[in-house]
Design a protein around this ligand. Structure first.
Ligand code: GLU
Length: 376
């Protein structure tokens, strides 16, 4: 464990592409101090060859400040209006502070829907990589104006982890004013709660996640940070959850002084495409897989063949991502399907050699190829 931790700390020091998530409360205070500190630190990190992408909350907080409201907006239109009003102030804060160092910032607003569509996902990736290669610092936020529940990331911790996956970042820093890491139990309830400084395998991390506390402005909390760390870990990025603010609060990370929780990346990182299938896509249908098919997928690392498909549900086209359920209705895998639901109705249960005879053509032997399939 100690050795693994030391290895991860070394990787942090060498991390090149870094996503920094800045929480609302950090930005909601008076003045421009935090923006200036961020600009100063990003400037020195860039001088040492690092590429920084900021995921910034704070539009709702800024919007409330603009209209002098202290009451948290509760309805969706109120939140959306506050976000629209505050987003310009938020960007002005970044733009002015970064201009002192001759650094351009670019606003990128995303919804979950954007990343669920493979083509838009790739477009967003290209845009961000282009900005980075031109030395611009992208400042990403959720497009709150259009994001209703079904297409919401949930919170900016999740958005940060998904951004880390999108741009294949080495490190994802989740910085907030009130969560200084993960504890073995809820520190607000238990005096003897201890902070966990290093998590080797986030999938095995068993934590009392009843604490979903959040603050007045943001939506994140401990549980959301844990699930975000899981997403980042599976894409091969290290996550650090810590309290932000103060002098050198980002740069100190790279000297190995980390006052928070470090989460190691998974060794068997998913390929970018598989990660997209597992975490970003919105599955649009289901197949029920029989026992033999399930064990071929889970234990044999094989593809899903028509013979393993017992049932088809929903209306989907070839190329879409679907859920794979077992006979008990438990989703055990997800994958990009080679046949539409209509075609699958015809070929389910058949051997691959029988496909052509039934359909009059054959797209492929597999219903889902193992390269496009993720066991959950
Ligand atoms: N997008 C929201 C905002 O800019 C914040 C969401 C979050 O912090 O999770 O205010």
């Amino acid at each position: 464990m100690e050795q693994k931790r030391a290895e991860v700390i070394e990787k942090i020091k060498k991390a090149k592409r870094i996503v920094v998530k800045v929480g609302s409360l950090l930005l909601a205070g008076e003045g421009t101090g935090i923006f200036n500190e961020l600009a100063n630190e990003v400037n020195s990190l860039r001088r040492s060859g690092k590429e920084i992408v900021i995921v910034s909350s704070g539009s709702i907080a800024m919007g409330m400040k603009k209209i002098g409201s202290k009451d948290h907006p509760t309805t969706i239109p109120e939140r959306q209006a506050a976000a629209a009003l505050g987003q310009t102030a938020l960007m002005a804060g970044y733009e002015n502070a970064f201009a002192n160092f001759d650094i351009d910032v670019a606003q990128v607003l995303l919804t979950n829907d954007d990343l669920a569509d493979r083509r838009r996902f790739l477009n967003a990736k290209n845009t961000l990589c282009m900005l980075i290669s031109h030395g611009v610092v992208p400042v990403i936020n959720e497009n709150d104006t259009v994001a209703v529940d079904e297409i919401k990331f949930g919170d900016n911790d999740n958005l940060a982890a998904r951004t880390a996956q999108l741009i294949e970042a080495d490190l994802c820093v989740l910085m907030s004013a009130d969560v200084d890491g993960f504890y073995n139990k809820d520190p607000k309830k238990y005096d003897d709660a201890e902070r966990v400084s290093f998590i080797e395998d986030i999938d095995d991390f068993d934590l009392d996640t009843e604490s979903t506390d959040t603050n007045l402005y943001g939506t994140g909390g401990v549980a959301s940070k844990i699930s975000s760390a899981r997403i980042a870990a599976h894409s091969g990025a290290i996550t650090i959850a810590l309290k932000g603010g103060g002098k050198d609060f980002i740069t100190s990370i790279f000297s190995g002084q980390i006052d928070g929780t470090v989460i190691a990346p998974k060794e068997d990182r998913l390929t970018s495409k598989k990660h997209w299938i597992a975490y970003s896509s919105t599955p649009n249908g289901k197949v029920t897989v029989d026992e033999g098919g399930k064990s071929a997928l889970v234990e044999g690392n094989k593809s899903l063949l028509p013979s393993g498909v017992a049932d088809v549900e929903g209306n989907f086209e070839a190329g879409e991502v679907i859920h794979c359920l077992d006979k008990k209705g438990f989703e055990f895998a997800r994958g990009m399907v080679n046949y539409s639901s209509k075609e699958l109705e015809v070929i389910k249960g058949l051997k691959s050699v029988e496909i052509e005879g039934k359909l009059g053509y054959k797209v492929s032997d597999e219903v889902i190829h193992r390269d496009n399939l993720v066991v959950l």
